[in-house]
Design a protein around this ligand. Structure first.
Ligand code: IVH
Length: 672
């Protein structure tokens, strides 16, 4: 490279960087005159050299057209997803289908690693990075240009000259296993919260505002797709185009294999699975793609996924460890859940020390003894689960794990149903963990939201000051608060202010805040809509209650038990008549349903949704006649799957329930 070209490149990079600071972050670090000086110098130098050599310069773009602010960005072409397969049989089916559809005897497949990261779409215009966004709903994704800017393997200006004027580069943003462990360990990330996988951490970093540059450097990128708009006509091979893309400055995987037979592909799959633990980053399978772009085009797609590619996922990783202890945890409504603690194991780079054993049925099935060698996996690649054990070396009765008959916290005799699957502590007014969880629920986001009244403070007041119900909290004084650990003057005053100011709540939130077993947000909302006032709610007859979507006999029993308890009525009475809380009600049309696949269906939601808040999605589904359930039961018809799903997901898989992803959900909503 000649001296002058080097100078031009340097200046181009500088200007792109200052454009970004100026137009995107609104935080320029040089004066306008200095910027103009650099810009003009670049123009001057560019004029001196052959025009053909400078087509990818920021001097060709008008300032803010490079970076526009808005949260979501449209992709130029849809970002598709991949169909998953989990076994050889399905792979062979896929392979045969490809031969059939292509009408040939042999096809070239490009086999790659399936990176466990976040998909991004990078748009380049005239060789300059214009925008970067996540996959989102496939049509538009969250704008992450800011943080992409610092990723080494993503060029801001492309190398060379031989690239299309407009193009989309697709790939995966991820983070190394080592960085994941050390960042999580240092508790570097947001308020002590830990990320459950390297992928979640990468996704968190990518979306974070004001991400500091040392963290940005941890993000890595690998290209696994592109839209070159007619350019591919020059080279009809995905792989060869990737090599071209590499020359423009992108990182491509060094573990790509072109295969011509199913045995070659199967051997790639097996080798990669063995290699997996030695890799510096997480992968969860291999991706098998037809290499010819023309053939891809002919074969086409089915809804959101191409037919010409498949993700062949690895079987679940299973680790052996030693059971140390089983604790029996008391939930808000008194349900007792056994939790197994074991010597730490790492699965896909994530440290795991405990797993829920759900209930007595599962505990009996596992037949555990302390000290047993047990096998752990992450169900659905997420939730830790004890799957089985080796035969116990010594089955010493002393060490056998059995469900207690008394509450581990208050020693109250536990109740159970005839099958003895679940045990409950019914000492709800005196059992401390139940009181703690109930009050935390009472003051939580969708209930009586009191800013600053954190679980930590609530727990202290319960333990140190004998607080037992929400009324005790409405009587709080400054001295009591100020004496607690980690509560300063400001926090104490803020909490007192929030409590004093709290004077009204919507009926649905009021009902939800009571924490009645089975009455989640949706049922509370329906009850509120049906009753229309607190007075009606307090005396709702059984035959009326049973007409309400989501209320069955079981929930009605819980409701009527709750409302016939004087302690509960007394608390409600004091809230209304002593602390003058007004319970408001606004009628809406929610009980009129449009017909849809959700109509009269029992629905579970598990995991976090990216595009809807929990309340929003519940309201949307219920508007369509769906009945959103909070708990697993035989009656569930379908399960909505978000990110990091909980045990409801495992249930859905085990019981072969219909699972709807968020992307599919968005599609369905858009058609209604
Ligand atoms: S190709 C139309 N290749 O997996 C095909 N995707 O489950 C688009 N992924 O959203 C994807 N490694 O984020 C492709 N080597 C790879 C991949 C890969 C990871 C991700 C990608 C996609 C998801 C689908």
């Amino acid at each position: 490279m000649s001296k002058i070209i080097k100078k031009i490149k340097n200046l181009q990079n500088k200007i792109i960087y200052h454009n970004y600071l100026y137009f995107y972050l609104d935080k320029p670090i040089i004066s306008d005159s200095k910027y103009d000086y650099l810009f003009n110098k670049l123009k001057y130098l560019e004029k001196k050299v052959n025009k053909k050599k400078i087509i990818n310069s920021p001097t060709h773009l008008i300032g803010s057209s490079i970076f526009k602010k808005s949260k979501f960005r449209k992709h130029l072409t849809p970002m598709l997803s991949l169909e998953n397969i989990f076994d050889k049989k399905n792979f062979i089916n896929f392979y045969k289908k490809m031969l059939l559809l292509s009408n040939t005897k042999s096809i070239k497949f490009c086999c790659e690693l399936k990176f466990d990261g976040v998909a991004v779409n990078l748009i380049y215009i005239n060789g300059i990075l214009k925008q970067a966004s996540t996959r989102g709903d496939g049509k538009k994704g969250e704008d992450v240009t800011k943080n992409i800017f610092f990723i080494k393997s993503i060029p801001l200006i492309l190398n060379g000259l031989n690239f299309p004027q407009i193009m989309e580069i697709r790939g995966e943003i991820f983070i190394s296993k080592k960085d994941f462990i050390s960042l999580n360990k240092k508790n570097f990330i947001l308020n002590n919260s830990k990320f459950s996988s390297a992928r979640n951490l990468a996704s968190g970093l990518l979306r974070r505002k004001n991400l500091d540059s040392s963290l940005k450097k941890k993000l890595l990128f690998v290209c696994h797709g592109f839209e070159l708009f007619n350019y591919f006509k020059k080279i009809d091979s995905y792989y060869l185009n990737l090599l071209e893309i590499k020359n423009w400055g992108f990182n491509i995987s060094d573990q790509i294999l072109l295969c011509k037979s199913k045995n070659e592909i199967l051997s790639f799959f097996q080798k990669t699975n063995k290699l997996r633990s030695t890799l510096k980053f997480d992968i969860d399978g291999v991706v098998i793609k037809i290499d010819s772009l023309r053939l891809r085009h002919r074969i086409g797609l089915i809804s959101r996924a191409p037919r010409w590619a498949i993700a062949y996922k690895f079987p679940n990783e299973v680790k052996k460890t030693k059971l140390i202890q089983v604790k029996f945890k008391v939930g808000r409504t008194g349900v007792i859940t056994p939790v197994g603690y074991f010597e730490p194991v790492y699965i896909h780079g994530v440290k795991i020390t405990k797993a829920s054993i759900y209930n007595n049925k599962e505990l009996k099935k596992l037949n555990l003894y302390l000290g047993d060698t047990i096998f752990i996996c992450r169900a659905g690649d997420v939730i830790p689960k004890i799957i089985s054990k080796e035969n116990s070396f010594i089955e010493n009765l002393k060490n056998k794990v059995i469900f207690p008959n008394k509450c581990p916290s208050c020693s109250f005799i536990l109740k159970t149903c005839t099958q003895q699957n679940n045990f409950y502590c019914t000492n709800s007014f005196f059992c401390i963990p139940q009181i703690q969880k109930r009050i935390i629920h009472f003051f939580s986001k969708d209930s009586f939201k009191i800013k600053g009244l954190s679980p930590h403070i609530i727990n202290q007041l319960i333990k140190k000051n004998n607080f037992r119900n929400p009324i005790d909290f409405f009587k709080l004084d400054f001295q009591t608060l100020f004496k607690l650990t980690n509560v300063g003057k400001k926090t104490a005053n803020n909490i007192l202010n929030a409590l004093n100011k709290f004077n009204s709540i919507n009926l649905d939130k009021f009902i939800y805040s009571l924490g009645i077993k089975g009455i989640g947000r949706s049922v509370a909302y329906n009850l509120a809509n049906y009753c229309g006032s607190l007075t009606n709610f307090l005396k709702i007859p059984q035959e009326d209650a049973l007409k309400i979507p989501g209320v069955g006999k079981l929930i009605y029993n819980n409701l009527s038990n709750f409302l016939s308890n004087n302690n509960n009525l007394n608390i409600i009475d004091q809230l209304i008549n002593k602390f003058y809380i007004r319970v408001l009600f606004k009628k809406d049309k929610r009980l009129f349903f449009k017909k849809s696949i959700f109509y009269k269906k029992n629905i579970l939601i598990t995991g976090q949704l990216k595009n809807f808040s929990r309340t929003e999605i519940i309201y949307k589904l219920e508007n369509l006649g769906g009945i959103v359930k909070n708990y697993i039961s035989k009656k569930i018809d379908l399960v909505i799957l978000g990110k990091n799903p909980g045990k409801k997901f495992i249930y859905a898989v085990n019981f072969k329930k219909k699972i709807i992803s968020e992307d599919e959900l968005i599609k369905i909503f858009s058609k209604i």
